[in-house]
Design a protein around this ligand. Sequence first.
Ligand SMILES: O=C(O)CCC(=O)C(=O)O
Ligand SMILES: [Fe+2]
Length: 275
Amino acid sequence: MNDSMVEQFRRDGYIAILGFYDPQDIADIQAGVQRIVRLLARKYGVDANTETPEAAMTSGYLALIAKNRAWGGEVYDAVKQIPSFMALAASRRNVELFETLRPGSAAGVAAGGYGIRIDNPREEKFRAPWHQEFPAQLRSIDGLVYWSPLIQVTPEMGPVEIAEGSHVEGPVPVYDDDGGIGKSGAYSLRLDREQERLAQYKKIAPLSKPGDLLIMDFLTLHQSGLNVSDRPRWSMQFRYFNFNDPVGLDISWKGSYAAGVKFSDLLPNLRTSHS
Ligand SMILES: O=C(O)CCC(=O)C(=O)O
Ligand SMILES: [Fe+2]
């Protein structure tokens, strides 16, 4: 990370860092996922290919959810407890990167803010519409999302879309809308005057491969792409916040949905009733 990358991040509200993580760390996590898919396939008597980590994450996992979608939820809940995943979440490397991008900060790992997404082909329910991370996570306004794939991301897989430079909007009020398909929690939050705001920014959707890291500011507008490929899109998320941030200190670094907190109780101005 050199000065021009730090500057670029400040300007654009995101930055992609190729090959940031050690391949061995990624391989350990993929092997952990493979084990979990294999255990559940055996438990439920599903004939699933788990020969390699990639097979387990693609055809093996798809065979499991084809029989029962809820088993995919069991995989989702389990994989965030893989030790090598948790070790990477709280790794020195992540902390140092945060403190480089945010000089003078004291990094915190947002509890409940780390996990592994599995974006299934053509599934809408857990797709994140355009949003900022802040209302969904709280902890501090000054925060960063770390996003890193566990599988090669192609254009068809619906890479995350980012509105370049949109962090200058500051915190945007949100309202609830379940999208007519029962979206819940943070997935149901919609931005006030979404289209009008988005129209001002260029949208980019960086492709990435395992080991690459995409960093986004907590205020950068972004959304899930739609996966129209035939494979699930597996990706890791870590969220870091700044203990030194005045708003963070004011709310005592409380979290949002994952902490059972209504963000509007803490920050009423973040909620709007209109669309
Ligand atoms: O991976 C996605 O589709 C959405 C990611 C996202 O919103 C996040 O990591 O904060
Ligand atoms: Fe997000």
